[in-house]
Design a protein around this ligand. Structure first.
Ligand SMILES: Cc1ncc(COP(=O)(O)O)c(C=O)c1O
Length: 371
């Protein structure tokens, strides 16, 4: 049996009539850019997430740097994030012209380690960008206390964790803006690129709406801006899929519980750690091999036995060739846990449409590996 890493076509088929109906509705409306379907999806997304405003943009990366620009961050400003994230988190900081300050992650959850942040704060620091990596929230209560103490803004990179929550907080509760991605492989994904910003701040809402549309909120009147809109066809797909997000997250959690029960006791890998009371929505189920030397043979073994395993992310931000790219970036403290994660991470297949037989097969193959 082959077990794929993604189930995009399965998901489409499971919701085909709703998705097709929404796409047809957009096609027949004759309104494809900033039309009624986008407005409908933004309203649904804001209601679902409990935010005052949801602003659809072109992708998740744009969501992050548009938030920075709406807050007035630019050259000379420093923004702190963790070194083990998808490249786009740091890239967005550079697109806005800011300096990326990279700190280490917590060795267990892989989210930013709050204990590493204060050493990175200078008079230039403006914001902290926690990444809710793999589907688990960073500890926002602790981050909020640090941000308040130093008068910093929190902006959440929630590309991987829609529908996640902390034990004592909701996503968005402690931050100025939540940035999300709807690229197809995300927990809520469209057939292409899309993203959104969620915020309770009227000023951010108003500014991002202008920035995404050539600096315009009235016909023929422009100020500084870009083109980064969420197309109505994608909004239609996302509107159909949003209704399923809780059910899909619950299924991901159930699959993760099966993996964890089935793989417990294998001494060559470490399984994911969930903070008590957190709702980890398992965008990815990532294990770590004990040593870097074991990782690639393990991935190859899985692939050879029909299990499509991947690595997220095998090169940390500061390890990318060309670092620091002639742009401003600095490292604060040791990044040993981020580097260990990059060297040892292995993602097992994880999507809601995985069958019980496929989950069992993944457990069987992983368990049969001899390091
Ligand atoms: C953590 C993280 N941040 C940002 C992004 C950027 O999103 P996009 O690819 O939609 O630009 C992604 C995903 O691609 C991501 O995983």
């Amino acid at each position: 049996m082959k077990v794929p890493f993604y189930g995009h076509e399965r998901q489409y088929l499971s919701l085909k009539s709703e998705i097709d109906a929404n796409i047809q509705q957009v096609l027949m409306s004759g309104s494809y850019v900033q039309g009624p379907m986008l407005a409908q999806f933004e309203k649904e997304l804001a209601e679902y997430s409990g935010s005052k405003y949801a602003i659809g943009v072109g992708n998740g990366t744009d969501a992050i740097w548009l938030s920075f620009m709406a807050l007035g961050f630019g050259p000379g400003d420093e923004i702190i994030t963790n070194a083990n994230t998808f490249f786009a988190t740091a890239e967005a900081i550079w697109i806005a012209g800011c300096t990326a300050v990279l700190v280490d992650c917590d060795p267990l959850t892989k989210c930013i380690d709050p204990a590493k942040i204060e050493a990175a704060i200078t008079s230039k620091t403006k914001a902290i960008v926690p990444v809710h990596l793999y589907g688990q929230c960073a500890p926002m209560d602790e981050l909020k206390a640090i941000a308040d103490k130093h008068n910093l803004v929190l902006i959440e990179d929630n590309a991987q964790a829609i529908d996640a929550a902390g034990a004592t907080f909701k996503v968005g509760e402690h931050s100025a803006a939540v940035c999300t991605s709807f690229i197809i492989q995300k927990n809520l994904g469209t057939f292409g690129d899309a993203g959104a910003i969620l915020t309770d701040h009227a000023g951010i809402n108003e500014t991002v709406r202008k920035l995404r549309n050539h600096g315009s909120n009235a016909r023929n009147v422009h100020s500084f801006g870009f083109n980064s809109r969420l197309d109505d066809i994608h909004a239609g797909v996302l509107s159909a899929k949003l209704k399923m997000i809780t059910q899909w997250s619950d299924r991901r959690i159930a699959i993760a519980a099966k993996y964890t029960a089935g793989l417990q006791g294998l001494d060559f890998i470490t399984l994911p750690t969930v903070r008590p009371g957190y709702r980890h929505v398992y965008h990815l189920y990532v294990v770590e091999t004990n040593t870097a030397a074991e990782r690639d043979p393990f991935v190859q073994y899985l692939v050879d036995h029909g299990i499509d395993a991947k690595t997220h992310y095998s090169i940390a931000i500061h390890q990318q060739a060309g670092y620091p790219w002639g742009k401003d970036a600095r490292i604060v403290g040791s990044l040993e846990h981020a580097e260990h994660n990059a060297a040892t991470c292995v993602s097992l297949p994880m999507f809601p449409e995985l069958t019980e037989a496929e989950v069992a097969r993944v457990i069987e193959v992983v368990s049969s590996f001899q390091p």
